[in-house]
Design a binder for this molecule. Structure first.
Ligand SMILES: [Zn+2]
Length: 246
């Protein structure tokens, strides 16, 4: 038996038999894992009887063969980001980020920078960050860490130089902005302004701690949000549940 100790954020919990739960964690040292927490079922009165979603814990679990569930043996709460929970805008943004991590990761695929980005973004949103700006920064940096960052400096189709200061086209299937010639040829695309291109390029190179107090004008926020939802749904081939709330 291997006892594994790691920082972990709760992504999902489901009841299991009479008194237990299966908890999905995103961990720093093992990526996404599921573990059986015996005797940790929620109270029938709705009072939280175990680990809430979006909590940062130190956990110990017994790692099992791939066909069996890991067993949670210990956990200690480090941070429940309580300032998130009193503000619906912050809380929904955090739940959306949780959904992105859950959907974009595979089990047992370790990615320490992504764990740190996830935790630091929750801290920023809970603290004084603007949830919309934090969410946009998270989306861009998640794409960068997973190798999905769109091409924004030259045409994604023919590699010709694109004048980033002008209104351009962006195609999810081509993976970035298009030059004028390719834009005429490719039908699946949306418009993107030079301001959005510059903002996405800027955010891709920053740490989330340095973007929390960044100000993005509201018209750009709307445009970038639409663009990212279009691009993320293309990659995932589905719509996320939290999109309607943020
Ligand atoms: Zn082109």
């Amino acid at each position: 038996m291997d006892f594994c100790k790691t920082p972990a954020i709760t992504l999902r919990r489901t009841d299991y038999k009479d008194s237990s739960q299966i908890i999905t964690f995103y961990t720093r040292d093992f990526g996404k894992i599921q573990a059986l927490a015996k005797g940790l079922k929620r109270s029938v009165k709705g009072i939280s009887g175990g680990m809430d979603l979006l909590t940062y814990n130190q956990i110990v679990f017994i790692q099992r063969a791939s066909s069996s569930l890991n067993i949670l043996t210990e956990w200690a709460l480090r941070d429940n980001f309580h300032l998130l929970r009193n503000n619906s805008r912050k809380y929904y943004s955090a739940l959306y980020i949780l959904e992105l991590v859950r959907e974009f990761t595979e089990e047992n695929d370790k990615n320490e920078p992504l764990f740190d980005l996830f935790k630091n973004t929750l801290c920023e949103i809970a603290d004084k960050g603007d949830p919309t700006v934090n969410t946009i920064a998270f989306e861009v940096q998640l794409l960068a860490l997973l190798g999905y960052l769109p091409e924004m400096s030259c045409c994604a189709s023919c590699k010709a130089k694109v004048d980033a200061k002008r209104l351009s086209s962006f195609s999810a299937s081509e993976g970035g902005v298009l030059c004028t010639d390719c834009s005429r040829r490719i039908r699946e695309k949306v418009k993107i302004s030079g301001g959005s291109i510059a903002t996405i390029n800027y955010l891709a190179g920053k740490r989330v701690q340095d973007t929390g107090r960044l100000s993005i004008q509201s018209s750009l926020q709307v445009e970038i949000r639409k663009l990212l939802i279009y691009y993320l749904s293309f990659i995932l081939n589905k719509k996320l549940k939290m999109w309607r709330y943020i």
